[in-house]
Design a protein around this ligand. Structure first.
Ligand SMILES: *Cc1c(COP(=O)(O)O)cnc(C)c1O
Length: 454
């Protein structure tokens, strides 16, 4: 069967259209529900929170291709196509017959793939004539990406940054301020919900879920503002499909078919983007590529979570999404330095995982940092801890190939660089990093608190 999106490529492998893999899913991801009525949320309800065009993208599970506006494509051209690199040195060092490729998304100032969606969301906010946007950021990559995008379009940008990261990563904060964003540690006393959370959990180091609640409240109570989110949502996976479309175009050029695709999974956006055209083929019965999500053992939503409706935030203000979740009150141990701290998972990826189209495993953070350091010394790039989850899994798969003698082709997403994660690297080097794995009792406590939806 002809690959439909080939005709949609620019000369340099960059896509002219985003690809929406929901269009090829027989079992569509469950709709977002209004938390009060438990009815599917409407365009009108969502458009109080998000930009209109983004709501349309969010709710559309039948249109396969969305044209990328020329202004966004011209921004993409500043740092894309992102390199797809054959990890020859790593292969050699491992003595594996496997061929290892990584798609490197760290080649922009924000240092990660998040800019791909940030620029799209800022564009639609500008088109709608808004003054600005609010958001949360965990490790800081999303906030950085969004502040760059907002600076480009002259939009105001208000970022709630998870407190533990705000304190551990002062330089991230300063990068955001350099691009003109206002950065507030979350939970804060600035919002109703922040004050409520601080009262209930004094001394909390914050979580993405909390910061989302604050950013949503700020957006919905400020005129001319909307809220934007850097992961989890369908619209974000759609924008991130540029990663996978470029990867596929580059592989196709050399007639390479991947056997295994690996990506780290926080909220699922880089993984969803990387796999999208490959998953499309798999959904249409044209390929049986293995797809592996890899997540931290300290925040194991796929591997130990429940597939159920849950809030996307701690303050229980957002719509309910059906996803693999640890519960919206779950907060990973403050010792966890490896990112990917979100309690839930993209509802699209959750459905695909539930239906057996992909696998998931989890890994301890000390093993992640070992893999990170190993990779840095061999391939030169200093990886983000998040990305290093995927590195770990790619190495494991390559080692299996060594044992079996199979020449598999492994592609993984190297989502970003780790220059702002040196406090975590320092802990690792000083032997002060430990592995915090939540107990079954702890997870059950949060699972029991999931909203009851029939
Ligand atoms: C945010 C981030 C991730 C995880 O987010 P996803 O939405 O799961 O992709 C992974 N790697 C880096 C470098 C990030 O900044």
């Amino acid at each position: 069967m002809e690959i439909p999106y080939k005709i949609y490529l620019e000369e340099n492998e960059m896509p002219k259209y985003w690809y929406n893999m929901r269009a090829d899913m027989k079992n569509k991801p469950a709709p977002l529900l209004n938390p009060g009525t438990h009815k599917p949320v409407t365009f009108d309800e969502l458009s109080h929170v998000f930009c209109d065009e983004l709501v349309k993208q969010e709710l559309d599970d039948t249109t396969a291709f969305f044209e990328i506006p020329e202004e966004i494509r011209s921004f993409y051209r500043m740092y894309r196509p992102a390199p797809l690199v054959r990890a020859y040195c790593l292969e050699k060092k491992l003595g594996t017959p496997a061929k290892i490729y990584y798609k490197f998304e760290g080649n922009n100032t924000s240092g990660s793939h998040k800019l791909n969606s940030a620029i799209a969301q800022a564009y639609y906010a500008k088109e709608q004539g808004l003054k600005g946007v609010t958001t949360e950021t965990g490790a800081g990559q999303w906030g950085t990406a969004l502040s760059m995008a907002c600076a480009y379009f002259g939009l105001d940008c208000k970022v709630y940054m998870v407190k533990v990261s705000y304190e551990q990563k002062p330089f991230r904060r300063e990068v955001m301020r350099t691009y003109g964003a206002t950065v507030t540690p979350s939970p804060s006393m600035e919002t109703e919900v922040g004050r409520r959370i601080l009262k209930k959990h004094p001394g909390t180091t914050g979580s993405l879920g909390c910061a989302i609640s604050e950013a949503v409240e700020k957006a919905t109570t400020s005129k001319g503002y909307r809220y934007v989110l850097g992961s989890v949502l369908n619209q974000v996976l759609l924008h991130q499909s540029v990663i996978g479309l470029e990867t596929k175009a580059a592989l196709d050029k050399y007639n390479i078919k991947p056997d295994i695709i690996i990506g780290c999974a926080g909220g699922g956006s880089n993984l969803g983007g990387l796999i999208s055209p490959f998953m499309g083929e798999k959904l249409r019965g044209e390929s049986d590529v293995r797809i592996i999500a890899i997540e931290p053992a300290s925040c194991p939503s796929f591997t130990r979570g429940t597939f159920a409706y849950d809030f996307c935030d701690t303050g229980m203000m957002t719509p309910l999404a059906k996803m693999y979740t640890l519960g919206s009150d779950f907060i990973p141990s403050p010792n966890h330095a490896g990112g990917l701290r979100y309690h839930g998972m993209s509802s699209t990826l959750s459905q695909l995982y539930h239906d057996g189209y992909m696998e998931a495993t989890c890994v301890n953070q000390t093993d992640v940092f070992k893999a990170a350091e190993y990779f840095a010394r061999i391939e030169g790039i200093l990886p983000a801890p998040e990305s290093s989850h995927a590195i770990y899994a790619a190495i494991e798969e390559a080692k299996k190939c060594k044992e079996s003698g199979e020449e598999k082709t492994i592609v993984f997403g190297l989502t970003g660089t780790g220059y702002f994660d040196m406090v975590a690297y320092e802990k690792f080097h000083d032997g002060k990093m430990d592995d915090n794995v939540p107990s079954d009792e702890e997870l059950k406590k949060y699972a029991d608190m999931l909203p009851k939806v029939e």
